[in-house]
Every structure is written in C-alpha cells, then in structure tokens.
Unconditional design. Structure first.
Length: 159
C-alpha cells in the first residue's frame, strides 16, 4: 500500500491534478471573498440611500404639515370630527388609520344617505384627510374627491 502512495506522490500527472484542484479551490475562495465584499458594499450603499430618502421624506412631510394652513383650533375640530369616522370604522370592522380612499367614500355616501348636508360631508372628508396628514399616512384622495363630487350632483337632482 505504501508503494502506491509513493508512486502517487511522485507521479507528475497526479501532482498536476492536485495543483489544479488547489488552484481551483483558491480561485473559488477568491471569488467568494470578492462576492461577499461586493455584497457588503451594495448593502452599505443601500443603507446610505435609505437614510437619504428617509430624511428627504421627513423634510417633505414636515413641509406639508407646515403648509397645511390649519390653525390649532381647526386641527382640534378636525380630530374631534374624525372620531365619528373612527366609530363608524369600528362598527363596520375596517381600520380608520390608515384607511383606504374607497372606505372614506363609502362613509361619505352613508352620511349622504343619512341626510347630512354637503357642508358636513365636505368637512368630514377634510377632517379625515387632515388626520391622515398629521399621522403621515397616505390616503388615496381620488375616491374621496369623486364621492364628494357625486354627492354634490345627487343633492342637486334629489333635493
């Protein structure tokens, strides 16, 4: 048995294959190290971009709230009015914050069915939008605007 090992160790072909396997192993290790380094660099860059975007979003949302042109008293009234919407949401089993624009539209149509005036409906819509802005939740206003417009048209034809 020891003679076979000695031949294998002295066989130039065997040595060449062993050296080739070692070179391939080192190449795989180098590729894996380069891949890990590249992944770490990409993650660091992504983290930097996320921090930048977060700061930009924060600044933009702050500007929106400052530009809202709503007095503290009006803000308090909006929040109080919003409570009615929150109670309705709880009753029908949907979240009030954040909520879908279609949920708000359904609520506004229910107010119309209950005989509320267009002014009350508009005030409720604005209150819901205001609270979403304060809480920095996105709200699809297209549904709300369409509902208020349709209610306005219906009030002209029905009443």
């Amino acid at each position: 048995m020891s003679g076979g090992i000695l031949i294998a160790l002295t066989d130039p072909e065997f040595r060449a294959r062993a050296e080739k396997r070692e070179a391939e192993r080192q190449k795989r290790e180098a590729i894996e190290a380069a891949r890990a380094e590249a992944e770490a660099a990409v993650q660091a860059e992504m983290a930097q971009h996320e921090r930048y975007l977060a700061s930009e979003c924060e600044a933009h949302l702050g500007e929106l709230i400052v530009k809202a042109d709503v007095s503290p008293e009006a803000s308090r009234r909006f929040i109080e009015t919003f409570r009615q919407f929150a109670q309705w949401c709880e009753m029908v089993g949907v979240p009030c914050l954040p909520t879908a624009g279609s949920t708000v539209a359904t609520f506004l149509f229910n107010l119309w069915k209950d005989g509320k005036s267009l002014g009350v409906i508009r005030r409720m819509a604005r209150a819901i939008e205001h609270v979403h802005d304060l809480e920095r939740h996105w709200l699809d206003r297209a549904y709300i605007n369409a509902a208020v417009e349709r209610i306005s048209e219906l009030r002209k034809t029905v009443h």
